[in-house]
Design a protein around this ligand. Structure first.
Ligand SMILES: O=C(O)CCC(=O)C(=O)O
Length: 315
């Protein structure tokens, strides 16, 4: 009797999941084609902002390859990078102190999430951010936002802002996002990563398969779908089918910016003997926030000084 009920419960759960996924897909498609994204595209067409030559070159690379990289100081200027770097140093120092306390058996006050417990986060989920947050300000600045909006072809939403510190674990096997996967947050997705420490092979560099974004030459391999569940293809099959594919490994100095459509195949953070620290933020379409993902922060600042596109990004 108990076994029959368990089997029945499993079937009901499976059916509920299928129905939920269908609902998610339908909601996403409706908002992509007819509702939220349609009006965001209209607003971008009316007021998309002008890109300078550096932004235009990054956009071209993003469209061709799905990624683009540049020293962040070349994009925002040395002075602004130094301000961000100072905020970054405070995060790295606090995290390392917290890790020392944990190693001594004390409360470290560090934030982690269950799914990726190997990463210490400054914000994680449910945080309040104001316009005095340097990373939120950077993400809403036209330097980044106009580029993101041009890549996505609409007034995007700023979905996630965080700093990550990945201590070395000496682990033998990759876990979670250390393995090749697509992000299912959105098809129209742009993530920024700024290295806050020098990153070499031992610190778990970010890696990407160029052209693997949806619509790219390798976009049909385990393709992206709204509400998709096949984020992690089987490792052996992945290696076999992508044996001839180019892999971009971002072993690079502190201050390197990587922009990437992570709906394409990527992995990283497999820090073996050295720590990795980075700032990261994500732009997605309004449809994604309706159906596929959630913001990790609430904006609590005064939006009146922000541009219309920036106000829309946090709304
Ligand atoms: O930590 C990394 O380098 C990978 C990050 C990742 O998978 C993601 O942000 O979706």
């Amino acid at each position: 009797m108990h076994q029959r009920r368990t089997k029945f419960a499993r079937r009901v759960t499976h059916a509920a999941n299928v129905i939920e996924r269908r609902g998610v897909r339908a909601t996403y498609r409706l908002h992509d084609r007819l509702l939220a994204n349609r009006s965001a595209r209209r607003r971008y067409d009316r007021d998309g902002g002008e890109l300078d030559d550096t932004q235009a070159a990054l956009l071209e690379r993003l469209r061709e390859e799905g990624f683009a990289t540049i020293p962040i100081a070349d994009l925002v200027g040395e002075e602004r990078w130094q301000q961000l770097a100072a905020a970054a140093e405070a995060f790295v120092a606090e995290t390392e102190e917290g890790l020392r306390r944990e190693a001594a058996g004390e409360e470290g006050g560090l934030r982690r999430t269950a799914a990726k417990d190997f990463v210490v986060r400054r914000n994680a989920w449910g945080v309040q951010l104001s316009d005095d947050d340097p990373w939120l300000r950077a993400a809403l600045d036209p330097t980044f936002l106009d580029l993101a909006n041009a890549y996505l072809g609409l007034w995007s939403k700023l979905e996630y802002v965080d700093l990550w510190y990945t201590p070395p674990t000496g682990a033998e096997d990759r876990r979670a996002s250390q393995r090749w996967h697509r992000d299912f947050n959105d098809r129209l997705l742009l993530k920024a990563f700024v290295y806050l420490l020098d990153v070499d092979e031992e610190a778990g560099p970010f890696e990407y398969v160029p052209g693997s974004f949806p619509g790219g030459p390798l976009g049909d391999l385990w393709p992206w779908a709204p509400g998709g569940t096949e984020a992690y293809p089987p490792a052996e099959e992945f290696d076999r089918r992508l044996a001839d594919a180019r892999v971009e490994t971002f072993a690079a100095p502190r201050g390197t910016l990587i922009l990437c459509n992570t709906a394409g195949f990527h992995r990283g953070g497999f820090a073996r003997s050295k720590p990795r620290a980075l700032a990261t933020w994500t732009y997605a379409s309004p449809a994604a926030l309706k159906a596929l993902s959630e913001r990790n922060y609430t904006f609590t600042g005064d939006p009146t000084g922000l541009s219309p596109a920036a106000r829309s990004a946090i709304a």
